[in-house]
Design a protein around this ligand. Structure first.
Ligand code: UT7
Length: 334
């Protein structure tokens, strides 16, 4: 095929949604031995959103998805499929994507989840982009959605300060031609030898809930914080450089970095290593904490809606998470 006629995918619209309930650092410091100052200085987080009792991942995903569809001017019935990136599904099965599809009222449209934890949105984007490039689909809804708060041990100060709930979404469509912008290189990686750096031991087939002692105790996040931190900085830098090389561009052609929001110090280290000033990073960790697979599409939507990201600009997405998994991608905004 002539490269000039190759199909690419483009982001037609973005949307995001966060629960109303705000939990501040002060709120947490009343429950565990920590302080607003420690949390701000060590993580950059001031507050996070926490889903109310009646809200679950599919509800947040649905709201973000509806907003992205509205922004794109696409009706749910125009979708070929829905992909939800989540590590905190409503149910063990069926997938959260099926629940969203049911709520959107579009029976027949395919729907499935992708679980790469905090890198989930990069994985889902790559799958969706590949389906569009190969000509199998024309219009897809890609959502990152998490209710991390249900998997947090609220008595563990080393993890409970970090996570928050939310959802972000993009509508991906078929572009005109190669060179006209859209989703470019997306690289994905994993190293399962480090599965236990961040994990939830219980609730799966290996440790079903009824075998846990005490019941429910193992269904919370365990994390080796500083090892995770070091690996995140190294792999994020490597994968960004891999994408830049593949695209044949330098850091000056990156107008915005939209990173997974895990810790402001990780982003500061990445900014320094790459030589991209922090002012060109889209950062909202102060208001949402680490929302895992939701963090990139939430930050992306914020910067699109407030006109920081504009057509013609180069946008670099990059994530690291449990698995361990990591990946980066370049989008020439259209
Ligand atoms: O999204 C997937 C990727 N996730 C990440 O990338 C998370 C990466 N890790 C981190 O963000 C950081 O490692 C943390 C924020 C989790 C921890 O920060 P740190 O600077 O690595 O602290 P540390 O674990 O080395 O602990 C330093 C000290 C310890 O006390 P001692 O042993 O030095 O007396 C901890 O007990 O800080 C203590 N500490 C706290 N103190 C007050 C740990 N958590 C807290 C806390 N408040 N919340």
């Amino acid at each position: 095929m002539n490269p000039a006629t190759k199909t690419r995918s483009v982001i037609l619209g973005t949307g995001s949604f966060a629960p109303e309930n705000i939990v501040t650092n002060e709120d947490i410091s009343r429950k565990v031995d920590t302080s607003d100052l420690w949390i701000r200085e060590r993580t950059g987080i001031r507050e996070r959103r926490v889903a109310s009792a009646g809200e679950s991942t599919s509800d947040l995903a649905l709201e973000a998805g509806r907003k992205a569809l509205g922004h794109a001017g696409i009706s749910p019935s125009d979708l070929d499929g829905i992909i939800v990136a989540t590590a905190t599904p409503d149910l063990t099965f069926p997938s959260t994507a099926c629940l969203v599809q049911g709520k959107l009222g579009i029976p027949g449209t395919f729907a499935f989840d992708v679980n790469a934890v905090c890198s989930g949105f990069m994985y889902a984007l790559k799958v969706a982009d590949s389906m569009i490039r190969s000509g199998q689909c024309e219009t897809l809804l890609v959502i990152g959605a998490e209710v991390m708060s249900r998997f947090v041990d609220w008595s563990d100060r080393s993890t409970c300060i970090l996570f928050g709930d939310g959802a972000g979404a993009v509508v991906l469509g078929k572009s005109g031609k190669e060179g006209s912008g859209g989703v470019g290189t997306v690289t994905l990686h994993a190293d399962g030898r480090y599965w236990d750096l961040i994990h939830v031991p219980g609730g799966g087939a290996k440790t079903p809930v009824e075998m846990e002692r005490p019941p429910g105790n193992a269904c919370t996040i365990r994390m080796k914080g500083s090892e995770t931190f070091r690996m995140a900085v190294r792999t994020l830098e490597e994968s960004v450089r891999e994408v830049l090389k593949e695209e044949g561009i330098g850091v000056n052609e990156v107008d915005w970095v939209v990173p997974h929001q895990a810790n402001i110090r990780i982003l500061e280290a990445l900014s320094e290593r790459l030589g991209i000033p922090l002012e060109r990073f889209v950062i909202n960790i102060d208001r949402y904490g680490n929302t895992s697979a939701a963090s990139i599409p939430m930050a992306l939507d914020e910067a699109v809606q407030d006109n920081r990201i504009r057509p013609g600009q180069g946008v670099l997405l990059t994530a690291f998470g449990s698995g361990v998994t990591w990946g980066s991608g370049f989008v020439k905004w259209t």
